[in-house]
Design a protein around this ligand. Structure first.
Ligand code: CMX
Ligand code: CO
Length: 146
């Protein structure tokens, strides 16, 4: 069951400048940052609020680390902006399988590693009315090492 907005993914050209914008304008601080080479991104997670399912909602600011990454390709075509939305679930495997059964393309056979050791998969935007949609199961706090 999808129980929260886990994050909104925002593509940017310059992560440091974009982080500074969110800090100056709204007072949001970086909760976590990392490079995910598999996804080809350098990212910052800004925690907006905790949620009543024990998780939280974030903004995920994304800067490409290489020219051939999906985010670099998207930025070249669209410029900066909202790249995807992510719903949180306790069971990404079960929810992805159920959604695949409905005829929506799930991009990965098995969920892979996302921010903060979460497990993630994506639904094809063309099957979701134009929205690239991610499903996320957060790591248990004990599994997450900084
Ligand atoms: N939102 C909405 N539509 C999108 C989109 C997006 N983010 N990215 C691509 N599309 C649309 C394009 O506009 C295009 O539509 P048209 O054919 O009408 O022009 C179509 O999808 C195909 O786009 P493309 O530019 O040819 O891109 P690809 O098919 O190569 O890749 C996708 C699209 C979704 C398969 C790819 O972006 C992907 O695998 N995404 C999942 C991984 C990812 O996004 N990682 C970065 C974030 C990591 C994280 O969140 O942790
Ligand atoms: Co994401």
């Amino acid at each position: 069951m999808l129980t929260r907005i886990d994050h909104i993914g925002i593509a940017c050209f310059d992560l440091d400048k974009t982080v500074e914008f969110y800090r100056n304008t709204y007072g949001f601080e970086v909760f976590h940052s990392e490079v995910n080479e598999e996804q080809g991104v350098r990212e910052a997670m800004l925690k907006i609020n905790e949620t009543d399912d024990g998780g939280a909602s974030y903004l995920q600011l994304l800067e490409p680390t290489r020219e051939d990454s999906t985010v670099a390709k998207w930025l070249a075509k669209n410029g900066e902006g909202v790249h995807h939305i992510a719903f949180g679930t306790a069971d990404v495997d079960g929810d992805a399988a159920a959604i695949r059964e409905k005829g929506v393309r799930v991009l990965y056979q098995e969920p892979c590693r996302g921010s903060m050791d979460s497990r993630i998969t994506f639904l094809h935007p063309k099957d979701c009315h134009g929205v690239l949609t991610e499903l996320v199961t957060s790591a248990q706090p004990s599994e997450h090492t900084e």
